[in-house]
Design a protein around this ligand. Structure first.
Ligand code: DCP
Length: 720
């Protein structure tokens, strides 16, 4: 339910910027010969010419609409140019559009707080910039006003008497007797016009904008005059705008609340709400929602522009309508693997570029049962803590799917394995990564981390226990527990996810899915998933430690995925990578390693450090088919498995001297082994492998993690 937020200030200047026929513009930039022609971007499935997802304004003049398929569009506009959306992994690849959106965001954010609301929409809080302009160079003093600003549409400005529209706008901007709020909006007009011109110059994209005192009004205005125009909502025009506006057009009123207002209260336009006292609305919809409704009827909304240039979540999804529904587990697993691979790539680049990590993996699906009395039953969304690495994400997502399917079909009544049709079908699948947080700056460097510790001590059994217990904390979200879904313990790590999308997001999501009912694929834009809540409210400190721990591993994976070899930087301190490549990790000579080995065997936690060529690393990335566990046939489950290139090269130098010495002593003989450039993953008895406990893993890759409030280590046995 929406919550009322009082206006933080009655003099804000907020803009909502929306790109015009965005995907078409991105394609036109790639193929300039398309400019000026009626063009549409179509989905990947070519059936009947593919579903249209973006239509140029030239094509719209012929009556081409997004709801059409290519063949239909050709009927109304034979000369239409149909461009297929880029494809990767058998589905639409939106990366080009995402980065084009980022180009725009980086320009718009130059003048104020900027919130990326979707792949092609941005909110800006320009209050400070407007106040500064008003103080230093007020619009009433301007002799020359930019042409783009003069083309603005100012709601309520009377243009019907045959007067020069641009002249009217100029007068409005230049007014000396305007109140403070209108003067600020006048500044907003100039700033937004300038920004839009900047976007055009630097990206070749046009956009439209709404300028008002709050987000709600700015959003309503931005679509009123498209393409390449801006619309302004002075406070005096708010009632006029809202009075006749259909209630369902308001953000958050597209769903159940809007329906209830229409059917229960007879409210069809926002203006209709004005007749109800606040108390009456509160009585019917609760205090908060009642007040929110009372406010929006008057154009009041205190929602702040969040300073967020990056998406709140990442998602990858695909629909399988009609006969394309997925009807076997292997078919689902195949597509899940594709979606997870894409998700993982995006998580990698987010980490690399923005130093952010996601904490929750969620699987959503839509399904049907062929013989079903309970056809309303929804496929339950499931979440678990997110483990980085494509293989792990694939494995976890598959297990979430299996857990969801068991619940959907009935625990005993379903065969979830094998390729036989079992009476169900999946019509859409998506995976998302949410709860994205910046890596805490203070824990980015292990050296800094150690400096923060009072007793960095690793060799006592006590610290081993701690670390093993930490391993227990980290393991269940991943492989172990999911391999035994029947185990209550295992299932306890998979949480039902009730997507906490706001109503608009739900609407967007459902419309984005339903829009492609007859299409083939539909990618879910990041913003659509932004409200997804995960399951595990981990203590923040634990999360931060977890983040710190996986960062090193993940950075390496990212480098590998990009095909880069980590190179020794000559005169710089030797990297741990090079160290491990030069030494043979066998036999286990030191007391530490023996102790660690013993502990590892006892707990099932082990780390395989080998000498991996890039293609060997690639093996790690291959989708896991069949069993979701990683039993290696020797009764021990592979828990921590790292290839040598997965070790953060900077880590060694940051370790306490005692650990450095011990590790060096322990790996020393390896350098004399022949053939030390290859390693076989998962063969613990192979001489090229090193078996380590989670402590050494932690020490090598991330630093020790003392003082954790952890499950007793005995839990680990039950997982393994
Ligand atoms: N999009 C999509 N599938 C949909 C709707 C939209 O893939 N069902 C993509 C293509 C659009 C982009 O999202 O170009 C932005 O969507 P908008 O709704 O903002 O529409 P456009 O930008 O295409 O046009 P407009 O100028 O009307 O905003």
């Amino acid at each position: 339910m929406p919550v009322a937020k009082p206006e933080s200030s009655d003099s804000r200047v907020i803009a909502h910027v929306d790109m015009d026929c965005f995907y078409v513009q991105v394609e036109e930039r790639k193929q300039p010969q398309l400019r000026g022609l009626p063009t549409a971007v179509v989905q990947y499935n070519e059936w009947k010419g593919g579903a249209l997802i973006a239509v140029s304004y030239e094509a719209r003049k012929f009556g081409v609409k997004r709801s059409m398929r290519g063949a239909e569009a050709k009927e109304v506009c034979p000369q239409i140019q149909l461009v297929q959306v880029p494809v990767a992994r058998g589905k639409a690849d939106l990366n080009g559009y995402r980065s084009a959106g980022s180009e725009v965001v980086s320009i718009l954010s130059r003048r104020g707080r900027c919130e990326r609301a979707s792949i092609d929409e941005v909110y800006l809080d320009l209050t400070d910039a407007a106040e500064t302009m008003l103080a230093e160079n007020p619009p009433q003093n301007l002799e020359k006003i930019d042409e783009e600003a003069l083309k603005s549409h100012i709601l309520g400005l009377n243009n019907e008497d045959g007067s020069d529209v641009k002249e009217n706008v100029r007068e409005w901007i230049n007014r000396h007797n305007a109140d403070h709020r209108d003067k600020l909006l006048a500044c907003g007009i100039l700033i937004v016009a300038e920004l839009r011109m900047q976007v055009l110059k630097e990206t070749e994209f046009t956009c439209s904008a709404g300028i008002a005192h709050n987000k709600m009004l700015a959003k309503l205005a931005s679509g009123m005059n498209k393409p390449a125009q801006q619309t302004v909502v002075p406070s005096s025009s708010v009632n006029g705008l809202l009075n006749t506006l259909p209630i369902r057009k308001m953000k958050q009123l597209g769903g159940k609340l809007g329906i209830s207002l229409q059917t229960d209260m007879g409210v069809n336009t926002v203006g209709d709400l004005l007749q109800f006292p606040e108390e009456k609305l509160q009585e019917r919809y609760g205090i908060n929602t009642g007040t929110w409704l009372w406010n929006i009827a008057r154009g009041i909304s205190g929602e702040a522009v969040e300073g967020r240039l990056l998406p709140k979540s990442h998602g990858s999804g695909k629909t399988f309508p009609g006969p394309r529904a997925l009807k076997t587990v292997p078919a689902v697993q195949h597509w899940l693997n594709q979606l997870c691979e894409e998700l993982s790539e995006r998580l990698c680049s987010d980490l690399d570029q923005n130093k952010r990590m996601a904490n929750t993996l969620t699987l959503h699906a839509r399904a049907y049962k062929s013989s079903d009395s309970d056809s309303q039953k929804k496929f339950p969304s499931k979440s678990c803590p997110l483990r980085y690495g494509t293989g792990k994400i694939q494995e976890d997502a598959f297990n979430l799917f299996q857990a969801g399917l068991r619940e959907y079909i009935g625990f005993y009544g379903v065969k979830t394995q094998g390729s036989q049709y079992s009476g169900w079908g999946i019509t859409s699948l998506s995976v998302s990564a949410s709860k994205i947080v910046p890596i805490p700056s203070g824990t980015c460097s292990i050296a800094k981390y150690f400096h923060g510790q009072s007793t960095p001590h690793f060799s006592s059994m006590q610290s081993l226990d701690n670390v093993n217990a930490e391993a227990t904390l980290l393991l269940p979200p991943g492989s172990e527990c999911y391999s035994e879904l029947n185990s209550p313990k295992a299932e306890s790590w998979i949480e039902d996810t009730v997507p906490d999308l706001d109503l608009q997001e739900q609407k967007d999501l459902s419309s984005s899915l339903s829009k492609t009912q007859d299409g083939f694929t539909q990618d879910i834009s990041p913003s659509l998933l932004s409200g997804t809540e995960g399951c595990l409210e981990q203590n923040q400190n634990k999360q931060e430690r977890y983040i710190t721990k996986v960062e090193g591993q993940f950075k390496s994976e990212y480098k590998e995925r990009k095909g880069k070899r980590v190179k020794d930087k000559g005169t710089e301190t030797p990297s741990i990578l090079e160290l491990f490549k030069s030494y043979n990790p066998y036999p286990f000579g030191s007391s530490l390693s023996q102790e660690l080995k013993k502990t590892a065997q006892g707990t099932g936690a082990r780390l395989t450090i080998g000498h991996a060529e890039e293609n060997e690393v690639g093996k790690e990335e291959k989708p896991m088919h069949g069993s979701s566990s990683r039993d290696e046939g020797d009764g021990r489950r592979e828990v921590w498995s790292y290839n040598i290139d997965e070790i953060d090269p900077t880590v060694m130098d940051e370790l306490p001297q005692e650990i450095q010495d011990e590790i060096k002593a322990w790996v020393q003989p390896h350098k004399w082994r022949p053939n030390n450039n290859t390693a076989r993953r998962g063969c613990s008895n192979d001489a090229n492998d090193i078996i380590l406990t989670s402590e050494t893993r932690n020490v090598l890759a991330f630093g020790n993690l003392p003082d954790l409030d952890l499950a007793p280590s005995s839990d680990q046995a039950s997982f393994c």
